[in-house]
Design a protein. Sequence first.
Length: 568
Amino acid sequence: MKRIVMLVLVVALALGVSLAAYRPFLPEAAPSLSRYAPSGALLYLEARDFSVILNAWNNSLEKREWVTSNNYEVFSRSRLFSRLGEAGNQFAAAAGLPPNMNFVSQAAGKQSAVALYDIGNLEFLYITKLASADAMQSALWQSRAKFETREAAGISFYFRRDAQSEREVAFALKDDFLLLATREHLMAGALQLLAGTKNQTVEAEPWFAQASSATGQAGDLRLVLNLEKLTASPHFRSYWVQRNVADLKQYTAAVSDLFLAGKEYREERLLVKKTATQITDSGPAAVADLARLVPEDTGVFELRAAPSEGKVLVLLETKLLAPHIGPGVASELAPQVALTSGETGNSTDLETRIDVAPVVHVTGDSAQPLKALLHGNPALATLQLQSAEADKDGVFVRIHSAVALLGTSDWNEAAVRSALVDFVRPALTAGQLGVAWQPGSGFAQLDGLLPLVLAVNGKYLVVSDDAALVTTVLSRLKQKSTAKPASLIAGFSHARERERFARFTGQLDAANAGAPILAGGDSSAAPAFLSGNIASFSSVLSAVSSERVVVRDTGDRVLESVTYEWSR
């Protein structure tokens, strides 16, 4: 692999790529190393046994497939990868040896932690439990003659600075601890704490203490985030892939614990709110109720509590009533800070926001009846379902969708039928052709080209583009829900949808390009985003069979549980 600083490797382990490799049993958690990290960090990441994780990743099938995948090839062209390469070269100039995988493996001990203090300059402190005899065999220790010898709290450490880049590297051995820092003051602060000096540590800061005290035992990996400082960083706003900085600003801190056990990986997240909000029980209870309607073979589903009528309208429109291509949605994000030297981006940039679905929202009188209907009977919760299905000939793949609403009161079926017809009529016909409801077995269906199916059962309203899907959903009304109240429950069956996704997106990309996708030829051509880039990453993680997300809001904090199921 190409050069990469130790920090990035460790964070990558936490963010998901290397999770695919980890199976071994880990020992019980020891006292946190945060007591040795000076205050001022933006984030803190600790592994119960870094050497086991790293070894498993290096020997994994997932790593071998990923480094040869389209996803990695695109990533290697990105500006983020380039910036990391520059930082690696600067580290090498300062340390006198490259931060490659051999370097990282030699510095990987058991219990390990990294505290990041500056994103743009990659200023960090790394601490790991590593036997002195092993540490002294490392290339870093063997090169200590190239470093200046300095001292903090009576403990010697080695320091070197590259005049051109102004990068600093410092390392020390103390009581079977190996410490590595990219700033002299971080090394001196850590050694003073190791010596028992009562300086302020990261764990004594309010954001860290508040978030950590609200959680239980740390996982095999624990990540603690100072969200107030992170969201203020232009580098975080530029490279944070979720692009939800505006949402994160309502939180002061967050903790994410990853538990690795057999074929199940579970991530437990906690986000601490700046200001507590009032939470009602009706929405979460409605989510638990609607959960029983999810068919077992569903590809993707999402249950959401207490949605606004505007969000319900958009959900119905984009999934079923007007799912056509049009102008893109206006961005609600402020312009991104340009952290460049004048170069422009290109289609291979992973940081470019290209995953926003182009949607046209219906305006005018046609939407008013449906708006009035949703306003008069607010939904306590919504359920959206989507599954891909191959045609009988196996050539084309179609996506079927359904939306279910649990209303505050019983739905007026006649009013629902009328409102839906008024909504879709302008796009279908100037008269009455194709907008008449035909009766089915427990549902009604439009008689035109638009595949729209409707079913009403008391407070339950189901709208879909597939009659079989509606029938399946209705049949589950008799079942008893086993879910607990939640703000959101979502699931994705990767095992079911992976091959269909690749085929479907391949057809779309081939049609748009007018030529086969990635047929060889020009090696400089970027792979198609969905059928090339994303599909290759899906193939790398083919052993991940499913993912499930549960979110609960307690008013002063948000609890999120994400479970990954593996097939091997």
